[in-house]
Write a protein that binds this ligand. Structure first.
Ligand code: GAF
Length: 382
């Protein structure tokens, strides 16, 4: 966690509202494997990281609420009994959505002020949105003693995203951001919403993220389209979710779905299996096997599920050319953001330099490299 970020947010709050706030840090996440499986009731393998959102929150006696997004230099004032979604793409929808979903549970929230800033690059696929939602719900829960459990809080954050932001996301991001454990990744069953922590020994390897610094438009609508395609195939198969289907089941409906949707469902079934195999590989300390599964995950996301893009494919191809990278794939919803790479520690810097140079040459723009620490979930800070 970036201590100066927290200090900066706290100071702004005190200067502006002349009172001491509660301070919350809510992390972003990475995901080792298990992409687009969460809304199919499947398995994922995320971890909270040391980058996220710092939020200062306190009660307001001004008769309204104020929210300040420092990164965007944007301030809004609003009243709790008049909440409506703002225009698509507005940051305030994350705040409004969380408050509205708390109210929908017949829980009364008082007027509040909130100031926040993050150090997760926007569009990186590291879930700054879940971090923000969780910081708001966690802060309000503490401030007004709402008695919400962490599970209730993440479901509120998820609903905010569905109903106010308009992305029909699964539960992975909110879960990882809320329940993260230092040095651990979480093998999460998205049906039961229970996870097993894995303290992964990467030995002489490490995880490295490379941000394409692109986020292609239509990513939200493409995401929702993928989700409905999966749901319609589950319905056709007569199962609750694709998690309940096998490849043999899928073959029975081959003529009844488009070839492209067939491939998407096949991807989900196979990715779910890969995620289970990845847990086994980690238990066995078999990083080579884990790396292979990570590469296969990318191939499925790119060729079958069709959520990659030229920039992500290029960076994964760079990784494949380097024998010190055991595995690489696009991470998160897709259409831009980061690749996650499992690379030998001694070669990470050299690989980052080669890949960055090649990326610049090919696309005439820079990519960015991050090393992250696996960290604790949303919590109060000083
Ligand atoms: C986004 C969503 F928010 C997650 O729920 C998940 O579906 C992910 O894309 C893809 O695995 O981050």
């Amino acid at each position: 966690m970036n201590a100066s970020l927290v200090k900066d947010v706290k100071k702004t709050f005190i200067d502006k509202f002349n009172s001491q706030p509660l301070m919350v840090f809510s992390p972003g996440r990475i995901n080792i494997i298990g992409e687009h499986t969460d809304y199919n009731d499947g398995f994922v393998f995320p971890a909270a990281v040391d980058k996220g959102i710092a939020a200062a929150i306190g009660k307001s006696d001004s008769g309204h609420c104020t929210a300040i997004a420092l990164d965007l230099d944007s301030t809004i004032e609003f009243e709790l009994d008049k909440l409506q979604p703002s225009k698509e793409g507005s940051w305030e929808n994350y705040v409004f959505g969380v408050v509205a979903e708390i109210q929908n549970k017949n829980i009364i929230v008082g007027d509040f002020n909130i100031v926040f800033r993050g150090d997760i690059p926007g569009g990186a696929g590291m879930s700054s949105s879940a971090a923000l939602e969780n910081s708001v719900v966690f802060g309000l829960n503490e401030l007004f003693d709402l008695g919400l459990s962490k599970h209730e809080m993440i479901l509120i954050s998820q609903k905010a995203e569905h109903n106010y932001v308009g992305v029909k996301c699964g539960i992975m991001d909110q879960y990882a951001s809320m329940f993260g454990i230092e040095n651990n990744a979480l093998h999460l069953d998205c049906r039961t919403i229970e996870s097993k922590p894995y303290e992964i020994n990467f030995k002489d390897h490490q995880l490295m993220l490379i941000n394409t610094n692109v986020k292609h438009s239509l990513s939200d609508s493409a995401y929702n389209d993928r989700r409905s395609a999966c749901e319609s195939i589950s319905e056709l198969l007569g199962v609750k979710a694709l998690r309940d289907a096998t490849e043999a089941d899928l073959e029975t409906v081959m003529g009844k779905v488009t070839p492209s949707n067939y491939q998407k469902a096949l991807y989900v079934i196979q990715e779910n299996e890969r995620t289970l195999k990845a847990a086994k590989a980690i238990e066995d300390g078999n990083l080579e096997k884990l790396g292979k599964l990570i590469y296969q995950s990318h191939d499925g996301l790119s060729n079958q599920f069709k959520v990659s893009c030229e920039e992500l494919d290029f960076l994964v191809a760079q990784a494949r050319k380097n024998k010190h990278v055991l595995g690489a794939r696009m991470m998160g919803g897709g259409f831009g953001g980061c690749t996650i790479n499992l690379v030998a520690k001694s070669e990470a810097k050299a690989f980052a330099e080669t890949a960055s140079k090649a990326y610049k040459k090919k696309f005439d723009k820079d990519c960015s490299v991050y090393f992250v620490q696996l960290s604790d979930g949303t919590h109060l800070v000083e």
